[in-house]
Design a protein around this ligand. Structure first.
Ligand SMILES: *[C@@H]1O[C@H](CO)[C@@H](O)[C@H](O)[C@H]1NC(C)=O
Ligand SMILES: *[C@@H]1O[C@H](CO)[C@@H](O)[C@H](O)[C@H]1NC(C)=O
Length: 390
């Protein structure tokens, strides 16, 4: 009887669990970089990259025969997975299909790069003491050097999305010798100046410094940590309301509305992969770009700025030093990387070789990485630029 009672409760328990999980969740929701890459025809290689300040990053490679490697740099709280979430039209896959040697980076702190030679991300607040500045200066330099070392190439082609482009601007201005290692940077929805964000999201950004203070008072230095991600995943993949809440409510408010390109099924694939872990400090630094209306290093406050920078305000990044050739594509409906801010960026970069406002009118901040039809309105542009500048 006891055995029977136990098996009955196991069965009931399993039924309860399966009732709570989304029905027939798509296979891609459960696969990660190597699984996705293999599924779409390109078994991946994986390398560790060690930065000057001790972080251990994962660098993925879909090997190809092209002489000039292409490096993909993800955006805010994303990972290398970001370039595979649309299956066979994902950029990493279409590039690999065309014979490109594709390298896919991961910034410090994310799912694949939450490692350090002597700091423990779960115990040492110092692990999280970084922003996009260090991702550009240390992660990107080490990653670029690793790709060039492994391939024997002198230069690489780079494609960045959103914050991923900002890393190149921080790098090119503070380590100008790296400009010579970039054959072309294709900047998808580039982010640098954030002065024209619409009022709703702008009001939220104004509150971020207060949020940061509360997090630090509670000794929380990791943003989107495991418990938070669990809640996001549960909520955002709920039938019907999950999509309403997370896409219609939050994401479209921030990046621009384009419901046609994002189905609830895509949400089921997306939220197990995004957002990933990262630092509170990076979010504070990004908020400063908007709140201080300058593209400058981290603002610690008057006294600490003097100690760190020898000046009461943080130094601005000198974009005139970003000599690498840059091709920009941006959307009319992008509420984060707005046309006004991108044209400021364009006017300050010395070597913009191509500038396109997508003819697709609804093009928002995510359509250049996750749009359902990006094979039509985006990928041909990327191939054209790569061909022209390789
Ligand atoms: C991608 O896969 C879908 C579904 O299997 C198929 O209909 C489509 O033709 C494929 N597209 C490409 C570019 O391979
Ligand atoms: C973080 O790093 C900066 C300089 O990179 C240093 O001045 C500061 O003291 C560090 N903060 C913590 C909490 O370790």
């Amino acid at each position: 009887m006891r055995f029977c009672g136990l098996s009955v409760s196991v069965v009931l328990c399993c039924q309860l669990v399966s009732a709570l999980l989304p029905e027939n969740s798509p296979e891609d929701a459960t696969l990660f970089f190597e699984g996705l890459a293999s599924k779409y025809g390109h078994p991946a290689r994986k390398y560790d990259v060690i930065t000057k300040d001790g972080y251990i990053l994962t660098l993925h490679n879909l090997p190809g025969r092209s002489r000039v490697p292409v490096l993909l740099m993800h955006g805010f709280h994303a990972t290398s997975d970001a370039w595979l979430l649309r299956g066979n039209i994902s950029l990493a896959i279409v590039l690999a299909n065309a014979g490109h040697d594709v390298w896919v980076a991961n910034s410090r702190g994310n799912r694949y790069s939450r490692r350090h030679q002597h700091l423990d991300p779960d115990r040492d607040p110092a692990f999280w003491n970084y922003s996009f500045h260090e991702m550009g200066l240390y992660d990107l330099t080490a990653t670029i050097d690793k790709v060039l070392e492994k391939t024997g190439a002198e230069k690489l082609n780079a494609i960045g999305h959103s914050q991923g482009t900002m890393l190149f601007f921080a790098l090119g201005s503070t380590r100008p010798e790296y400009n010579a290692k970039i054959n072309i940077l294709i900047a998808l929805g580039p982010v640098c100046f954030l002065n024209h964000i619409p009022p709703t999201f702008s009001a939220i950004i104004k509150l971020i410094p207060t949020w940061g203070k509360i997090m630090y008072e509670q000794n929380i230095y990791e943003a989107f940590n495991k418990p938070t991600r669990g809640i996001i995943r549960q909520l955002c993949t709920l039938p019907v309301v999950g999509y309403q809440l997370c896409f219609e409510g939050v994401i479209f408010t921030i990046v621009g509305r384009d419901s046609k390109e994002y189905s609830p099924e895509f949400a089921e694939v997306l939220f197990p992969h995004f957002p990933t872990s990262g630092s509170v400090k990076n979010i504070l630094h990004l908020a400063q770009l908007h709140n201080r209306a300058t593209f400058a290093q981290y603002d610690y406050g008057f006294l600490k700025n003097i100690a760190v920078y020898g000046a009461s305000i943080p130094p601005e990044y000198d974009l005139s030093k970003v000599a690498m050739p840059v091709a920009i594509i941006v959307g009319d409906n992008d509420k984060l990387s707005t046309l006004k801010d991108v044209s400021t960026l364009r006017s300050k970069l010395p070597n913009v070789v191509d500038y396109v406002v997508s003819p697709y009118k609804q093009f928002n901040h995510l359509d250049d990485i996750w749009g359902a039809h990006m094979d039509v309105y985006l990928n041909p542009y990327i191939f054209k630029i790569l061909e022209q500048y390789s």
